[in-house]
Design a binder for this molecule. Structure first.
Ligand code: NAP
Ligand code: ZN
Ligand code: ZN
Length: 354
């Protein structure tokens, strides 16, 4: 077994604290990865605090993982020692259902093996995420990080990047398309960069104008405050596609009114609880309300290669592992520009509390 240092939530809403555990020895198709950096996704906070229900503890969060391969199983063909690799939100799936066979593993009918807060395919071993010193993953669920991209700033591509790339591609963001991104956070700022690189006209809808300069720098053509009622009048019927990244409950009806006829609002943010939608918001203008969850393995690799080609990474603030609880508070307060990334080297230092 591989002794692994990590930070875990021991139970819901507890501060994260040092946690030592074991990873399995590599099986034939496994890759052992020395993790270098891990992004902090708002989903980590939701799950560590059990805001969606059903969380399992102790929980080592983290699904924006990058590192270097240190060992491979005898049957591994895709990776070798020294490769720069990434792991995203899931580490296995059934591999046989219609969606797995189409490269849509995230929608596996048997359920994905979440990178953390779930069970391995044996149904009993808790999966543990990337706030840890190593991870062991089947080669079919490991991604290659392009050489051109710095590892630290590439980490958030593994969740924030793919979560925005997939719907942008699926709903055909590109030249001539007006795309709005609601919420300029970890997901949202990747959406701005990616939609801009795809050639779309990009608008940010943020709570205030505080982040306006950043939004423009990241590639937005327009920036509006949603706290200003005029915004909803001015932009009524404007967008082909809206991607809603907001992690809190909000009035989706008001945003559906900003779509053109046949426009689509794709929800990727996952607030607690239900959000009411009126039929009129959809029937007027033949509008669609859709959802999207991360992306499949092949598409995630395609996204990483796209980012390699366009030089796209996340804007990050690097922290030590013992700053993780403070970082969670700042994520909840929308006070992050635009993704916290944990330097996992800090797990090894005395300050990490082992
Ligand atoms: P984040 O960094 O906290 O960004 C969320 C942004 O939403 C904030 O920066 C803020 O932007 C806006 N916002 C926050 N509270 C708001 C409120 N009360 N009203 C209006 N806007 C508000 O979070 P993230 O990591 O990007 O994640 C966003 C959501 O996506 C989370 O719910 C997460 O669980 C979910 N998620 C889903 C998937 C998926 O596959 N679908 C994948 C990853 C994450 P402004 O300051 O610009 O207003
Ligand atoms: Zn995530
Ligand atoms: Zn499947």
């Amino acid at each position: 077994m591989i002794k692994t240092l990590g930070y875990a939530a021991y139970k819901a809403k507890d501060a994260l604290a040092p946690f030592t555990f074991e990873r399995r020895d590599p099986r034939d198709h496994d890759v052992v990865i020395e993790t270098k950096y891990c992004g902090i996704c708002h989903s980590d906070v939701h799950q560590a605090r059990d805001e969606w229900g059903g969380s399992v503890f102790p929980m080592v969060p983290g699904h924006e993982i990058v590192g270097v391969v240190t060992e491979v199983g005898a049957g591994v063909t895709k990776f070798k020692v020294g490769d720069r690799v990434g792991v995203g939100c899931f580490v296995d799936s059934c591999r046989t259902c219609e969606y797995c066979r189409q490269g849509l593993e995230q929608y596996c009918t048997q359920g994905i093996t979440a990178t953390y807060n779930g069970y391995e395919r044996d149904g009993t071993t808790l999966s543990q995420g990337g706030y840890s010193s190593a991870i062991v993953v089947d080669e079919n669920y490991v991604l290659r990080v392009p050489d051109k991209l710095p590892l630290d700033a590439a980490a958030p591509l593994l969740c924030a990047g793919i979560t925005l790339y997939s719907p942008l591609v699926h709903w055909k963001a590109g030249p001539g398309k007006k795309v709005a991104i609601i919420g300029l956070g970890g997901l949202g700022h990747m959406g701005v960069k990616l939609a801009h690189a795809m050639g779309a006209e990009v608008t940010v809808l943020s709570q205030s104008l505080r982040k306006q300069d950043d939004g423009k720098r990241l590639g937005a053509d327009h920036f509006y405050a949603t706290s200003d009622k005029e915004t909803f009048k001015k932009l009524a019927g404007t967008f082909d596609l809206i991607i809603n990244t907001v992690s809190a409950p909000m009035d989706w009806n008001a945003y559906l009114g900003l779509l053109k006829v046949d426009g689509t609002m794709v929800v990727v943010g996952i607030p607690e609880g239900e959000v009411p939608v009126g039929a009129f918001s959809l029937v007027i203008g033949r509008r669609s309300l859709a959802g999207s969850m991360i992306g499949g393995i092949q598409e995630t690799q395609e996204m990483l290669d796209f980012c390699g080609k366009h030089g796209i990474v996340s804007d990050i603030e690097t922290i030590a592992i013992n700053q993780v609880n403070e970082a969670y508070e700042r994520v909840v307060a929308s006070d992050v520009r635009y993704r916290f990334v944990i330097d996992l080297e800090t797990l090894k230092s005395a300050g990490a509390g082992f």
